[in-house]
Design a binder for this molecule. Structure first.
Ligand SMILES: *[C@@H]1O[C@H](CO)[C@@H](O)[C@H](O)[C@H]1NC(C)=O
Ligand SMILES: *[C@@H]1O[C@H](CO)[C@@H](O)[C@H](O)[C@H]1NC(C)=O
Ligand SMILES: *[C@@H]1O[C@H](CO)[C@@H](O)[C@H](O)[C@H]1NC(C)=O
Ligand SMILES: *[C@@H]1O[C@H](CO)[C@@H](O)[C@H](O)[C@H]1NC(C)=O
Ligand SMILES: *[C@@H]1O[C@H](CO)[C@@H](O)[C@H](O)[C@H]1NC(C)=O
Ligand SMILES: *[C@@H]1O[C@H](CO)[C@@H](O)[C@H](O)[C@H]1NC(C)=O
Ligand SMILES: *[C@@H]1O[C@H](CO)[C@@H](O)[C@H](O)[C@H]1NC(C)=O
Ligand SMILES: *[C@@H]1O[C@H](CO)[C@@H](O)[C@H](O)[C@H]1NC(C)=O
Length: 642
C-alpha cells in the first residue's frame, strides 16, 4: 500500500563502483558533545490564575501529550519548560507576621507526575501571582519573591532531595517586556529588584537542610532574562538587566543568559543567524557578558505556535529541527558568539487543536474524538517527534558538521559522533545524514558515495533508519484519507505504523574500512538517515523498566516503558507481549502483539481488533539489539479495564 521504493543503496564492501561524486573521510577530530537540544516547552491554555492553570495541567489530554513526549528514547527530551507553573501554588493566608502561607498540593502533584513518573526535569520559571500577593503588596515585591522562591524550593528539597533535583533549571520571568507576560506591570526598577530577589531566594534554599553547618547549600544557577531583546526602548527590562550585569559581574543575578530567537521563514540557518546577530550585538555593548553561557529557550523555525503551517506537519519540520541542531553545533565549534552555547529548547510541546491536528508547531498530532462517549483524545507522533528520537542516539563525542556536495548548490549534511573506545566499554558510532531541505529545480539523478571508516572492532553490526516523505509521514496518509476529524481505527493504525523512522537495513559488519554508498537519485526530499555501528563489546541491552499501561479509551491502551540510559544505543526494536486473562480454564499463551511493527521507541499503542478484542490481561516487553540478541523481559504488568 505504501510507496516504498529502494531509497538507499547500502554496500558494505570496498568497491570500485562508478559514482558521480564521492567523499572520503580523512582524520576526524571529535569534541565532547553534550546533548544540548533536549528541552521542550509550552504554555498551558486557560486563564492565568490558580484555577485556570490547575485545570489546564490536570486535563487528561495534556497529561497524555506529556506522557507521549516522555516516551521518546531515553535522553531525547530531558527538560520541560511550562509557563505559569507557579500558579499551581495556592495562596492560603498571611501569617501573624504578614508572611504569605502557601498550599503546594497541586504543584506537588504535577511536579511528581513530571519528575517521578515521566522522568522529566522542570524548568521552573519564576512568574505568577499566587493569590494576588504581588499586586496586593507592590512595595514588598522583593521580600515576597525571595520568600516564595525559597519556600517553594525548600518544599521540593524535602520531597525529592537536593541531589535528585540537580538537573532542574530555574529561570526568571518569561519575556518580561511583553505586556501579555508582565502581568504584574513591573517597571524596569521593580523588575531588577525582582530578579535580585529571586536570586537571593534561590541562594537561601536548602540552607536549613545541610547535615552539618559546614555544608553550604548547593548553588543553583539562575537563567534569564528569557528576553526577546527587540529595541532598547521597546524592551528595556531585559537590556537593563544585561547592563547591570556588565557593570558588576559579581553582582549579576543570572548565571546563564537566556534569550529567544526564532527563524523568519522556517529555515534552520535563520535561527542560528538571528542568534549570532543578537549575541554579537550584546557582546559588543556588554563585553563582560562573554563569559556567561548562553541558551536559546525558544529556538523555533517560525514564531506563532498555533498558526497552521504545512511544513510543521511532515518530514520537513523534523529535518529542519535536526539541521538546526547541527548548525548550532557548528556555530559552537566555530568559536564565535555561540561558542558558550549551553542549550537550546524547542517550544513545541503544545497540544494541537481541530482543524490543525498536524499543522501547528507540536510534536504530536492531537485528535479530539468527540464522537465517542465520553470524548477522548488520540495522538499520532509526527516526524519531528521521530527526529528527536534519532538525535538521542548520537554519541558523546562529535565531529564538526561536514558537507558533501550533491551538485553546485546542494549538499548533504553529515554529522558523525562516537562513544566509548580507548579502553572503554566497546565502541559505538552514530552518524546522521541530512538531505538539503529542498532543491529546486530537481537535483539531477545522482549517485553519492560516502566512504565511512566503520572499523570500530573486529565484530560489529550496523543499522540504518530513515525518515522520508510519505513512507514515514502520517500526515500524508491522513490527507490522502480526506483529513477526517475522527480518523477510524484502521486509519489510526496505518498512521502509527509510519510514525517511527523506517528500518532500512541492518546486519553484521565483517570488514574494516567498509564503505557506505548512498544512491540519492530516487529519494524524495527531504530525508534524514541515522546510521549506527556497534561493537560486540558494547554494553548489552538491559531490561526495560517501569512498564506502564494507561487507558486511551475503551479497548485501547498506551503502553510505555523506561529505557536504561547506557544500553539502548544498539537497540533495533522492541517487542510487546500480551497474555489474556485465562477465562473458563483455557490455557492462554503469550502473544507477540507488536509483530511486524518497527518499534525503536519505548511505547506502543494497543487497539486490538478481531478475535482478541480485549486489552485485559498481562503485558511484558523486551528489546532486540542489532546482533539479534534480546534483553531480559520487563516485569509483567496486569491491566484491567474498569
Ligand atoms: C497592568 O496594566 C494593564 C494595562 O495598562 C491593566 O489593564 C492591568 O489591570 C494592569 N495590571 C495590574 C496587575 O496592575
Ligand atoms: C519570507 O517569506 C515571505 C513570504 O513568502 C517573503 O516575502 C520574504 O521575503 C521571506 N523572507 C526571507 C528572509 O526569506
Ligand atoms: C546567515 O549568515 C551568513 C553569514 O553572515 C550569511 O551568509 C547568510 O546569507 C545568512 N543566511 C540567512 C538565511 O540569513
Ligand atoms: C580506519 O580506522 C581504523 C581504526 O581507527 C584505523 O586503524 C584505520 O587505519 C582506518 N582506515 C582508514 C582508511 O582510515
Ligand atoms: C582483529 O582481529 C585480528 C586477528 O584476530 C587481531 O590481530 C586484531 O588485533 C583485532 N583487531 C581489533 C581492533 O580487535
Ligand atoms: C476508515 O477510514 C478510511 C479513510 O477515511 C476508509 O477508507 C475506511 O473505509 C474506513 N474503515 C472502516 C472500517 O470504516
Ligand atoms: C470537539 O469538541 C470540542 C469542545 O466542544 C471542540 O473545541 C472541538 O473543536 C471538537 N473537535 C472536533 C474535531 O470537532
Ligand atoms: C539479524 O537478523 C536479521 C533478520 O533475520 C538478519 O538480516 C541480520 O543479518 C541479523 N543480524 C546479525 C548481526 O546477525
Amino acid at each position: 500500500m505504501l510507496p516504498s521504493p529502494l531509497l538507499l543503496l547500502l554496500l558494505l564492501c570496498v568497491s570500485g563502483h562508478n559514482v558521480h561524486a564521492h567523499y572520503t573521510s580523512g582524520d576526524v577530530v571529535y569534541h565532547p558533545l553534550s546533548h544540548f537540544w533536549t528541552g521542550v516547552g509550552f504554555c498551558p491554555a486557560g486563564d492565568i490564575d490558580h484555577e485556570g492553570i490547575s485545570a489546564a495541567l490536570a486535563a487528561p489530554e495534556v497529561q497524555m501529550n506529556l506522557r507521549q513526549i516522555a516516551a521518546l528514547p531515553v535522553g531525547a527530551v530531558t527538560h520541560i519548560r511550562i509557563h505559569w507553573l507557579l500558579e499551581l501554588v495556592q495562596f492560603l493566608q498571611y501569617d501573624m507576621s504578614g508572611v504569605p502561607m502557601y498550599d503546594f498540593g497541586k504543584f506537588d502533584t504535577f511536579i511528581d507526575f513530571l519528575h517521578e513518573e515521566l522522568r522529566l526535569s522542570p524548568v521552573l520559571e519564576f512568574m505568577g501571582n499566587p493569590g494576588q500577593v504581588f499586586t496586593e503588596n507592590p512595595q514588598q515585591i522583593s521580600f515576597f519573591w525571595d520568600h516564595l522562591v525559597k519556600t517553594t524550593l525548600n518544599h521540593q528539597i524535602v520531597r525529592h532531595g537536593s541531589a535528585r533535583m540537580a538537573n532542574w533549571r530555574y529561570e526568571t520571568w518569561n519575556e518580561p517586556d511583553l505586556h501579555g507576560y508582565n502581568t504584574l506591570n513591573l517597571t524596569v526598577d521593580y523588575y531588577l529588584d525582582y530578579v535580585q530577589a529571586v536570586r537571593r531566594g534561590l541562594s537561601k534554599a536548602g540552607a536549613a537542610h545541610g547535615h552539618s553547618s559546614s555544608n553550604l547549600p548547593m548553588y543553583r544557577a539562575l537563567r534569564g532574562p528569557a528576553g526577546l531583546f527587540k529595541s532598547l526602548n521597546g524592551h528595556p527590562r531585559c537590556w537593563k538587566l544585561l547592563e547591570l550585569c556588565n557593570q558588576r559581574m559579581v553582582h549579576c543575578p543570572i548565571d546563564v543568559l537566556s534569550f529567544h530567537r526564532k527563524g523568519l521563514n522556517g529555515s534552520a540557518v535563520e535561527i542560528v543567524n538571528a542568534s549570532l546577530t543578537l549575541l554579537q550585538q550584546i557582546f559588543e555593548e556588554y563585553p563582560n557578558l562573554k563569559q556567561l553561557p548562553v541558551a536559546n529557550d525558544e529556538a523555533d523555525p517560525v514564531a506563532g505556535w498555533s498558526t497552521p503551517r504545512e511544513f510543521q506537519a511532515d518530514v520537513r519540520y523534523g529535518v529542519t529541527l535536526m539541521s538546526m541542531v547541527m548548525q548550532h553545533w557548528h556555530a559552537k565549534l566555530s568559536g564565535g558568539a555561540l561558542s558558550r552555547l549551553e542549550s537550546i529548547s524547542h517550544d513545541n510541546a503544545f497540544l494541537s487543536y481541530h482543524p490543525h491536528e498536524f499543522t501547528q508547531r507540536t510534536l504530536l498530532a492531537h485528535f479530539r474524538m468527540n464522537e465517542t462517549q465520553p470524548p477522548h483524545s488520540q495522538f499520532v507522533q509526527k516526524p519531528v517527534y521521530a527526529a528527536l528520537g534519532m538525535l538521542a542516539k548520537l554519541g558523546s563525542r562529535a565531529a564538526d558538521m561536514e558537507l558533501v556536495n550533491m551538485d553546485t548548490k546542494h549538499s548533504v549534511q553529515v554529522w558523525r559522533t562516537v562513544s566509548g573506545g580507548m579502553g572503554g566499554p566497546g565502541q559505538y558510532m552514530a552518524t546522521i545524514f541530512l538531505s538539503p531541505e529542498e532543491a529546486v529545480p530537481k537535483i539531477t539523478p545522482f549517485h553519492h558515495k560516502y566512504t565511512l571508516n566503520m572499523s570500530i572492532a573486529n565484530e560489529s553490526a550496523f543499522i540504518t533508519e530513515l525518515m522520508v516523505p510519505q513512507s514515514t509521514d502520517p500526515f500524508h496518509l491522513w490527507t490522502q484519507a480526506g483529513s477526517p476529524a475522527y480518523p477510524n481505527a484502521t486509519l489510526r493504525e496505518a498512521m502509527r505504523r509510519v510514525q517511527t523512522p523506517r528500518l532500512y537495513e541492518t546486519g553484521p559488519i565483517w570488514q574494516y574500512n567498509s564503505e557506505l554508498v548512498i544512491n540519492s537519485a530516487s529519494i524524495p526530499l527531504p530525508w534524514a538517515m541515522l546510521l549506527r555501528v556497534c561493537s560486540a563489546t558494547w554494553p548489552k541491552l538491559k531490561r526495560p523498566q517501569q512498564l506502564s499501561i494507561v487507558e486511551v479509551t475503551h479497548r485501547e491502551v498506551f503502553i510505555s516503558w523506561r529505557e536504561h540510559p547506557k544500553s539502548t544505543q544498539c537497540l533495533r526494536s522492541y517487542e510487546v507481549w500480551f497474555k489474556q486473562r485465562g477465562g473458563q480454564g483455557f490455557a492462554v499463551d503469550w502473544q507477540l502483539i507488536s509483530r511486524d511493527w518497527h518499534l525503536p521507541y519505548p511505547s506502543f499503542q494497543y487497539a486490538p481488533n478481531g478475535q482478541i478484542s480485549s486489552v485485559n490481561g498481562f503485558y511484558k516487553v523486551r528489546g532486540v539489539d542489532v546482533f539479534n540478541e534480546t534483553s531480559p523481559f520487563s516485569q509483567i504488568v496486569e491491566y484491567l479495564e474498569l
